[in-house]
Ligand binder design. Structure first.
Ligand SMILES: Nc1nc2c(ncn2[C@@H]2O[C@H](COP(=O)(O)OP(=O)(O)O)[C@@H](O)[C@H]2O)c(=O)[nH]1
Ligand SMILES: [Mg+2]
Length: 364
């Protein structure tokens, strides 16, 4: 088959990657192109994959390790999309706490897969509030070593996408753009909003045509990087909830996320990202937290019924054991006496030290 264009869109947890990817895939398919997506996580049971699959986009998943540490798994996902849907374009979303993607993904792709793949410039999304904080030399509410990862993601990007621009005024955006250009003069800066559609076609134009991928390599201290990842506890769990009578699952989902948020805020545990999805038949309700309580957002609806499948993905600055305890106890408090809880899968972990399959020290 002919070659496939591959677009890597990274950026910190909660930056808006999955939302943008889906919108981008939709636009590409609207132009008659065949687009596939690849999601990535340290463990299976992904809210992102569940969400995207529901939207009718072909999704391949690399779970159990990041792309960089499982390059072969990543290539396997690429090949499966090429084989199964003859993808013209593949958009891949690496784990939000990953960096050094230029050295570990983009350069190896350029070197070893140039016959099959056209590699697009490395795009990195940034949430405007967190970006503004990082540019001021602050830590965006994160542990300093997690903020180090954030800075390195920006430093190695060919394209910086200032995301969620619908949340800020044009004046604030103009200043933010200027400051970002000054701090990262070698990167192209594009403002996007998956909500309003701003900038998405402009970005797609760049990543569809340009071949100057991975022009920058960041100098990354793997001890700080590993610690920045290790400060985040990671939990992926799926449970089946059953009530004796009809339950309003939309309200339940909101209450659960809100209760979790209160627990994290009370304990002063910085939230990287908490995502939940409650699914029933072809309906779903999804909730997100990307920081303190005010970032809570819920969309979709499953209405009322007796049973749902609930998946939780939480990345929070605390130990995995403590994260497990909070999520379990919060769920217990909301379900005791009224709902039967059956665990389908439940994993909590601390990401291990990144050991990339390849790590190039020079631009190919
Ligand atoms: N206002 C606004 N919210 C967004 C936008 N894109 C994503 N979000 C929200 O940001 C949160 C995280 O989005 P997600 O795509 O899951 O981020 P990811 O972790 O980088 O994949 C979710 O609550 C999204 O609904 C956007 O363009 N505008
Ligand atoms: Mg995502």
């Amino acid at each position: 088959m002919s070659s496939t264009r591959i677009i890597i869109a990274g950026g910190f947890l909660g930056a808006g990657k999955t939302t943008l990817l889906w919108e981008a895939a939709r636009r590409l398919m609207g132009k008659g192109l065949c687009a596939g997506l690849i999601t990535n996580d340290q463990a299976p049971e992904l809210v992102d994959s569940a969400l995207l699959a529901r939207e009718g986009v072909k999704v391949a998943e690399v779970s159990g390790s990041c792309f960089c540490c499982n390059f072969d798994g990543f290539i396997h996902a690429v090949q499966s999309l090429r084989r199964e849907i003859e993808a013209d374009v593949i958009i891949a979303e690496p784990v939000g706490s990953c960096t050094d993607l230029s050295a570990t993904i983009i350069q190896p792709l350029k070197k070893f897969w140039k016959q099959e793949l056209e590699v697009a410039p490395l795009s990195v999304l940034a949430d405007p509030a967190r970006l503004a904080s990082i540019l001021s030399g602050s830590t965006a509410g994160l542990h300093p070593d997690a903020a180090y990862i954030y800075r390195k993601q920006l430093e190695e990007s060919d394209i910086i996408l200032i995301a969620k621009t619908d949340l800020i005024t044009p004046e604030v955006l103009a200043t933010l753009k200027k400051r970002t250009t000054k701090a990262y003069p070698s990167s192209t800066i594009i403002a996007v909003s998956a909500l309003t559609g701003e900038g998405i076609d402009e970005w797609l134009e760049e990543v569809s045509k340009r071949n100057d991928a991975g022009l920058l390599l960041a100098d990354i201290d793997y001890d700080i990087y590993a610690h920045g990842e290790a400060v985040l506890g990671w939990l992926n769990g799926t449970v089946r909830l059953k009530g004796a009578t009809d339950i309003d699952w939309d309200t339940f989902t909101r209450h659960f996320l809100s209760a979790l948020s209160k627990q994290f805020d009370k304990a002063n545990y910085s939230v990287g990202h908490v995502k939940i999805i409650a699914e029933s038949g072809d309906q779903y309700v999804a909730g997100n937290l990307t920081g303190k309580g005010e970032t809570l957002a819920v969309r979709g609806s499953v209405g009322t019924g007796k049973e749902i499948k609930l998946t939780v993905n939480a990345r929070v600055e605390t130990s995995p054991g403590e994260l497990d305890k909070i999520v379990r106890e919060t769920l217990e408090a909301l379900t005791k006496d009224t709902l039967n809880v059956e665990t389908v899968a439940w994993r909590f972990l601390m990401p291990g030290r990144p050991r990339p399959t390849h790590r190039f020290v020079k631009v190919v």
